[in-house]
Structure formats: C-alpha cells, structure tokens
Write a protein that binds this ligand. Structure first.
Ligand code: BG6
Length: 311
C-alpha cells in the first residue's frame, strides 16, 4: 500500500543521533538509538507510550539517556571497578548487517540487529575482547523483545554482570504493584547491599526503593491500577531483577530527571548480578527479555494476579 511506513526505518533523532524506528502493521512502534543500543520508545497500537523517558534526558555522550532501556554491561551498578552500570550504555553501537542466525526462524519484519565491540580505549578500561550482539524485535501483537548475545573473542575467560535497565511508564507510582517477587531474597542497595527476605504480599511503593531480587521467576508483572494495564516481563538467562524508584529526594539530586517524574516511572530490570556470567574463550551467553501488556482486572478491591501470572 502506498504511504504505508516501512517496518524498519533509519533516521535522525535528538541532536542528530542515529535512530531506528520499528513499526508493526497494527500500529505499535519502537525507537532505538545507536548511542547505547538504547530503546527509547515503545508504543502500543493506540500510540500510547509504554516506556518512561525523562523530559530532561540528555542525548549527548558521555551521558547515558535517562529512560527507555539502557543496557548495563559489563558491570551492573557499582558491583566492580568500572563506571556505574558499565560503559555499553554510553558507547556508539553499529548496525549488524550479517548477524549469526538464531536457532528459531522468525517471520517478524520489524527488528534490528546491533553490535558493540570494544575500542582500544574500552580495552584499557576492561581488557577483554567480545562481540555483543543485540536484536530488538517488535512482535505482531506489539510485544517488544530484546536478545543479547555476548561472545568471548578473547584468549582468556572473563566475567560480567548485566541488566536491561527498563524504565516503565506508570500512571501513579502509589497505585502500582509488582507481582512475582514476594518472599524472595534481595540485596538492598540503600542498606549497603545487605541481604533481606521480602515479606508479605505484592510489592507496593511509598518511598525510595533500590533492591536486587535474587533467583526470580521468569515472569514478573507490573500492575498499574489507574491505567488498568499490566506489563508482563518474561526473561531468560537473567536470574535477578532490580526494582528501582528514586522517589522525591533522589529525583531532585538528578540533573537529567524532573523533580516529580518519579511518580510516573518504575524500573524493573531483568539482570544477572549476584552470580556474574563467566565465558570461556569462544563461549557465548544469551540473555532475553520480552515485554508485553495485558488489560488488568480490578474487582472488589483486589487485583487479580492469576490472570497475569498464568500462561
Ligand atoms: C539502578 C540502581 O539500577 O539504577 C540504582 O540500582 C541507580 O542504584 C539507578 O541509582 C540509576 O543509575 P544511573 O547511573 O542511571 O543514575
């Protein structure tokens, strides 16, 4: 059909940075910056934005973009000697024109393959050679899938930690609950990474939170009561899940984040942190994240987790 936009379009984004737009025929879309291999937008077929992106986000190296899905690699947070969350999120990635095949063939048209290889300067910071391939796919139902493949191209083993630092857009953080992490152990970043066990029901929010949940299930749900929307996060190869909201005080201390924006975002980050991933020479690791939304039901004061956690 003439006038129909292509499933994959290359264009310029903020500050002339290279951007790839993925579109699915029913109307959903996603935007990916080569700077950071960073997904900055994911919209459903009504054009509603599902990811949070700060109005104060700085699209300029070396600052990582505040919002969307930054990639934390080769280090999550301050769990090592590198800069916070590693450097993959503030490096320029390239289009991978000839990626090695995936074991399952997909008929999706809206996808892009990116690649990140360390520069000479990166090797001075972290002396390991690798090829980091990232495929970002928009599925026919508007689902967003990210697959990372990291191959050790070095002569010696190395270990890394990793996270898809996903910022979800929520109507009001006070109305949101996370299902799937109850009763799990977590490391509390606000208490010197001390280990605790989560008590009680689903997780709700009334102050700053910065926790690394350990050994989490492959499926986690974020229920947004006001929007009647549930995000379902499915993951593979990523045992941990970080839950972060800076709340009021920390929000005010962040230059690239609006003072009140903490009310409208929640990070739930599929990650591998507690047990770093180790790759021998020639070995490859795969970490997969799949995001989708379903309408949530709300009856007699109780959200119905069964509907989202089954299937
Ligand atoms: C979270 C960390 O993943 O990212 C927090 O657990 C951190 O401790 C947050 O504050 C944001 O990090 P940054 O480097 O993007 O400001």
């Amino acid at each position: 059909m003439s006038g129909e936009k292509p499933p994959v379009e290359f264009c310029k984004g903020v500050n002339g940075l290279e951007k790839v737009v993925l579109r699915e025929v029913r109307g959903s879309s996603a935007e990916v910056y080569l700077y950071g291999g960073h997904v900055t937008s994911w919209k459903n077929d009504h054009g509603e934005e599902l990811l949070f992106l700060s109005t104060k986000a700085i699209f300029k190296p070396p600052k990582a973009i505040r919002g969307g899905i930054p990639i934390c690699f080769p280090q999550f947070g301050s769990h090592g000697n590198l800069e916070q969350h590693g450097f993959a999120r503030n490096r320029l990635w390239s289009i991978d024109s000839d990626p090695p095949p995936f074991p399952t063939v997909s008929s999706n048209k809206a996808f892009i393959d990116l690649i990140f290889k360390p520069s000479e300067d990166d090797l001075k910071l972290w002396p390991h050679s690798y090829e980091f391939r990232l495929r970002i796919t928009l599925g026919p139902g508007g689902d967003l899938m990210l697959t990372s493949r990291i191959r050790n191209t070095d002569g010696k083993p190395f270990s890394f930690t990793f996270a898809y630092h996903t910022y979800f857009s929520v109507s009001d953080i006070s109305e949101v609950r996370v299902e799937g992490l109850e009763t799990l152990d977590y490391l509390d970043n606000l208490k010197a990474k001390e280990r605790f066990t989560e008590q009680g029901d689903a997780i709700t929010f009334e102050s700053e939170v910065d926790k690394i949940y350990l050994g989490t299930p492959s499926k986690i749900a974020i229920l947004d009561h006001e929007k009647k929307r549930t995000f379902v996060l499915r993951k593979d190869g990523l045992p941990d899940a970080v839950v972060w909201n800076p709340w009021e005080k920390k929000a005010k201390s962040m230059a690239d984040f609006g003072d009140d924006e903490y009310k409208h975002m929640l990070c739930v980050e599929a990650a591998a942190i507690e047990k770093p991933v180790t790759l021998k020479p020639g070995e490859e690791w795969k970490g997969r994240l799949e995001l989708s939304t379903v309408p949530s039901s709300y009856r007699s004061g109780q959200l119905d987790p069964q509907r989202v956690l089954q299937g």
